[in-house]
Design a binder for this molecule. Structure first.
Ligand SMILES: NC(=O)c1ccc[n+]([C@@H]2O[C@H](COP(=O)([O-])OP(=O)(O)OC[C@H]3O[C@@H](n4cnc5c(N)ncnc54)[C@H](O)[C@@H]3O)[C@@H](O)[C@H]2O)c1
Ligand SMILES: [Fe+2]
Length: 380
């Protein structure tokens, strides 16, 4: 575990504009940077409201799919290259922002994703990069990482580089008011999972802990409100802040077993990233409790329940997620029971995350977690 004087490097965009009206500053920022040919990367929903960017008729790729795969990335790169832009703007959730990061370093490079994936292999970026999040979840707007699904292996390919860090992030919580309740719940749990997993990681660091526990507290206090009433702008702002804090946690510390065990649910069974995290989160929090009892108790307190025993942790975390309207049984999400062993093998191989979990989890431990989650009872 880190001590107060442990070394740590934090990277974040040089400009972060947060709050009501943040987006209105985008045109002036681009002009000051000398940008004349911005190109937008957006999902279909945000592609239908490009006017919000205040840039007039701006060229765009508006076909970002949720959890983008390699063909989706290739299509975005081809579209962007045709426009010869001097700035890339990611406008959407984590899917659009992750694609924007990769497009920004890949255009004109002639390189395939396989040549730049992993840490610090991305080519030098020749265009400006701006991120405008419209969900409150991934925190991708402040990070250096992008995740793309390889349809051949069903794995998420992580690419990470200082070159993929935005020059500016415009975080305007009002943009998230239109997110439906189910996606609000999923993305909010994702933000919370980034914070909680970083907080209990073997790599946890006091600087990051402050963001992590406050992000967890914000989700605990405000996610139920935003799910109940999407127009609750105070709750939306709190969640945009929590997502930002989660993004800060991802950089130097990152997630651990929760995300590793959740990944096969997304890649193999198309369960939305945040829902996958929610389904796994209570089980991992309880499984890790004995290895990090004080921090687990603080997480539980931040989410509004007591966590002194494994049972209290499991029931409390399940209750929190069910309170968001989520059915917590894996079985209810179309996962075939006979796939659980293959999922456990796949999750166990994600060493870049599992090696930092506070407790060593064997493949059998992970299978036990899937089995426990599989039959988790539905809300009363
Ligand atoms: N880079 C990172 O560090 C990081 C961290 C976590 C997750 N991710 C990745 O991010 C992706 C998930 O991102 P996400 O959870 O933000 O979801 P998303 O970007 O896939 O969006 C989910 C859905 O919400 C819609 N949507 C977006 N904004 C909306 C709005 N304001 N109103 C209505 N609908 C809206 C989109 O069209 C889409 O259908 C995954 O691929 C995941 O692997 C990346
Ligand atoms: Fe995540």
């Amino acid at each position: 575990m880190a001590t107060l004087d442990s070394a740590l490097e934090m990277q974040r965009p040089p400009v972060v504009r947060f709050g009501q009206g943040a987006l209105a500053a985008l045109p002036d920022w681009l002009a000051a940077e000398g940008v004349t040919r911005a190109f937008v990367i957006a999902d279909a929903f945000n592609g239908s409201r490009l006017d919000q960017l205040g840039l007039g008729a701006v060229p765009a790729f508006t076909e970002v799919m949720p959890e983008p795969d390699l063909p989706n990335l290739t299509a975005a790169v081809v579209a962007a290259e045709a426009a010869a832009p001097d700035a890339i703007i990611g406008f959407g959730g984590g899917s659009a922002m992750d694609l924007a990061k990769l497009v920004a370093v890949m255009i004109g490079s002639g390189k395939a994703l396989s040549e730049i994936s992993g840490p610090n292999r991305a080519p030098r970026r020749g265009v400006r990069l701006v991120q405008v999040p419209t969900t409150a979840g991934t925190g991708s707007e402040v990070g250096t990482r992008a995740l793309i699904t390889d349809p051949a292996t069903m794995n998420k390919i992580a690419t990470e580089s200082r070159q993929m860090l935005a020059d500016a992030a415009f975080i305007d919580p009002h943009l998230t008011a239109s997110v439906p309740a189910f996606i609000t719940a999923a993305t909010g749990v994702d933000a919370m999972a980034h914070c909680v997993e970083a907080f209990t990681s073997k790599r946890a660091h006091p600087i990051i802990d402050a963001y992590a526990i406050e992000g967890t507290r914000l989700v605990g206090a405000f996610l139920p409100r935003a799910v109940r009433a999407g127009s609750d702008l105070e709750a939306r702002a709190a969640l945009s802040l929590a997502a930002f804090y989660g993004g800060v946690c991802l950089g130097p510390v990152n997630t651990t077993a929760g995300h590793a065990i959740a990944y096969p649910l997304g890649t193999r069974h198309k369960i939305a990233h945040g829902i996958a995290n929610a389904l796994i989160f209570p089980h991992v929090l309880a499984a890790n409790r004995a290895a990090a009892p004080q921090k687990t108790a603080l997480v539980c307190e931040a989410l509004g329940f007591e966590g002194r025993t494994d049972t209290e942790v499991l029931e409390g975390a399940m209750g929190f997620c069910r309170g968001l309207g989520l059915d917590m049984a894996l079985a209810a999400h179309g996962v075939p029971e006979d796939d659980l062993p293959a999922m456990a093998a796949e999750a166990h191989a994600i060493r870049r995350l599992l090696d930092w979990n506070p407790r060593d989890l064997s493949e059998a431990d992970i299978l036990a977690i899937y089995r426990q989650a599989y039959g988790a009872t539905v809300p009363a």
